[in-house]
Design a protein around this ligand. Structure first.
Ligand code: UD1
Ligand code: CA
Length: 434
C-alpha cells in the first residue's frame, strides 16, 4: 500500500517584492486567489489532509479558501520557509507517511508534476526529494549545487550564493516530498544563520547530505509549470501562462475563440461547445454560456451572468448577475445588471438597467419577446412584460410595471398604447428557464 500523503502549502510570506495591493498569495488570478491554484493541484492527488500555513492575513486566507476542504495553520512571524513548514506540525500531529510541501506562490503546478515528484520519491531511497528545473534566467531562485559526480549536495539561496553558484541554472522549484515523522526533527534543527536571518527549508538538503542520506532532485522538463512570482514581471508572466491554459481548455472543448490574444476568461467560467467568443472580450467570475451564443467583440461579462442557448451579446455591452434567456440579443452599448430577460427579447442599442440607487442594487425583469427600444433606461426595480415594447429613449422609472404587450414611450415613460386585444392571454411568464 502506498504511504499516506499529506500536504502543506506555504502562504505566510509577506510578498514584499511584489508590492501588490493584495497579500501576495491572495492575488486574484483569473477569479481565484493565487494560493488556490497549488491547493487545487495538490487536492487532485487525494491527500489525507491539506494544511495551508497563513500569517498576518490568516483571516482573509481562511475566507478565500472557505469552499475548499483545507485546514489552516498559523505562522505568527514569517521567519522563513523551514519555519513555516513547522507551523503545520500541530495540524498534522500524528501523521505518518509523506509530506508534500508547496510554495503558495506557484500557481502553475499541475497534478501530473506533483504525481511525478511523489513517484520519484517513492522510487528512490532517501528522506526527501525536491523538484528542480532549468531556467535561462535563474534570478531569485535557490540554486541546486551538485558535486563532480552529479549528486545533489545543497540548495543555495541567491542571497547566499557566490558568483560561481549564481551562474548555475538548475534551481529549486519549491516543491518537496519529505518523510514523516522524521522531517519534523530535521526541520527543528535548521538554523537561521544566513543573510536573511531566516530558517531556510532549503537547508534540509545539505543537512541530510551531511548525514549521509541520498537526496534526489526530480528535474522537471517544463519550467513553465513551476514559475513562482516574486515581482510584478513574474506575476504578469504567470498570469499569461494561466490565461492561455484556460483558453486552451475551452478550445479543446470545441468553443470557438476567434482571437485568443485578446480574450480573457476566468477559471470558473463554463462555456458549452459551439459557443463563439469574439475578440477583445473579458469574462469574469462565475459565468455560464450555452451553445450557440456569440459573445463580443468588445464585451465584458461579469460574475453571475448566464447566457442561455443562442443569446448574443456584443459591442461594448456589459452584463452582471443577469440571466439572458434563449436567443436574447444585446448587441450594442448596453449595461444589464441584476436583470432577467426572457427568451427572444431584443435589447436595443444603448439600453441601461439602472440597478444601483447609490445604496442598494435592484432587479429588472423583462419578459419574453419584448422589444426594448434604443436608449431605453430602466430604473430598477421595474418590470417589462412579455411582448411589450419601449420606444427609443424611454425612461422607465422605478417601480413601474410595463404590462405584457403594451407600448411605452417618453420621459418618464408613459403608456402610449394598450396591448392589442387579440394578444394571447396565456403568454409565458417571462421567466427565463433557470
Ligand atoms: C523559495 C525557495 C527557493 C526556490 C523558490 C521557488 C526557500 C528558502 N527558498 O524562495 O529555493 O527557488 O522558493 O519559487 O525556501 N513563506 C511562508 N513563511 C515564511 C516565508 C515564506 O509561508 O516565513 C511562503 C511564502 O508565502 C511563499 C513561499 O513560502 O508562498 C515561498 O516564499 P518566498 O519568499 O516566495 O521564497 P523564494 O524567495 O521565492
Ligand atoms: Ca517565491
Amino acid at each position: 500500500m502506498a504511504p499516506s500523503l499529506h500536504v502543506v502549502v506555504l502562504a505566510a510570506g509577506e510578498g514584499k517584492r511584489l508590492k501588490g495591493r493584495h497579500p501576495k498569495v491572495l492575488t486574484p488570478l483569473w477569479g481565484r486567489p493565487a494560493v488556490a491554484w497549488p491547493v487545487d493541484a495538490a487536492r487532485a492527488l487525494l491527500p489525507e489532509r491539506v494544511v495551508v500555513v497563513g500569517g498576518e492575513h490568516s483571516a482573509a486566507l481562511a475566507a478565500a479558501l472557505e469552499s475548499r476542504a483545507v485546514a489552516l495553520a498559523r505562522q505568527d512571524e514569517p521567519l522563513g520557509t523551514g519555519h513555516a513548514v513547522l507551523a503545520a506540525r500541530s495540524a498534522l500531529a500524528d501523521a505518518e507517511g509523506e509530506l508534500l510541501v508547496l510554495n503558495g506562490d506557484c500557481p502553475l503546478v499541475t497534478p501530473a508534476l506533483l504525481e511525478r515528484l511523489v513517484a520519484t520519491h517513492r522510487a528512490h531511497p532517501g528522506p526527501l526529494t525536491f523538484l528542480s528545473m532549468e531556467l535561462d534566467d535563474p534570478t531569485g531562485y535557490g540554486r541546486v549545487i551538485r558535486d563532480d559526480a552529479g549528486r545533489v549536495t545543497a540548495i543555495v539561496e541567491e542571497k547566499e550564493a557566490t558568483p560561481e553558484q549564481r551562474a548555475v541554472r538548475e534551481v529549486n522549484a519549491g516543491v518537496w516530498v519529505l518523510d514523516l515523522p522524521s522531517a519534523w526533527d530535521d526541520l527543528s534543527r535548521i538554523g537561521s544563520d544566513n543573510r536573511a536571518g531566516e530558517v531556510y527549508l532549503t537547508d534540509l538538503v545539505a543537512m541530510r547530505v551531511a548525514a549521509g542520506d541520498p537526496v534526489d532532485a526530480c528535474l522537471w522538463p517544463e519550467p513553465e509549470d513551476v514559475l513562482g512570482f516574486n515581482d510584478q514581471r513574474q506575476l504578469a508572466e504567470v498570469r499569461d501562462v494561466l490565461r492561455r491554459r484556460i483558453l486552451d481548455g475551452h478550445l479543446r472543448n470545441a468553443v470557438e475563440i476567434v482571437d485568443p490574444a485578446t480574450t480573457y476568461i476566468d477559471a470558473d467560467v463554463t462555456i458549452a461547445p459551439g459557443a463563439r467568443i469574439l475578440p477583445c472580450t473579458m469574462i469574469e467570475g462565475t459565468v455560464s454560456i450555452a451553445t450557440g451564443c456569440d459573445v463580443g467583440p468588445f464585451t465584458h461579462l461579469r460574475d453571475g451572468t448566464v447566457l442561455e442557448e443562442g443569446a448574443k451579446v456584443g459591442n461594448f455591452t456589459e452584463t452582471k448577475k443577469s440571466v439572458l434567456g434563449p436567443g436574447v440579443k444585446a448587441g450594442h452599448l448596453t449595461y444589464l445588471g441584476d436583470a432577467r430577460i426572457g427568451a427572444g427579447t431584443n435589447i436595443g442599442a444603448g439600453t441601461i438597467t439602472a440597478n444601483y440607487d447609490g445604496t442598494h442594487k435592484h432587479p429588472t425583469r423583462i419578459g419574453r419577446n419584448a422589444f426594448i427600444g434604443s436608449g431605453t433606461v430602466i430604473v430598477a426595480p421595474a418590470e417589462v412584460g412579455d411582448g411589450a415594447l419601449t420606444g427609443a429613449g424611454a425612461i422607465v422609472t422605478r417601480d413601474t410595471t410595463v404590462g405584457p404587450g403594451e407600448v411605452w414611450v417618453g420621459l418618464p415613460a408613459r403608456k402610449h398604447r394598450d396591448a392589442p386585444t387579440d394578444a394571447p392571454t396565456d403568454a409565458p411568464t417571462g421567466e427565463p428557464s433557470a
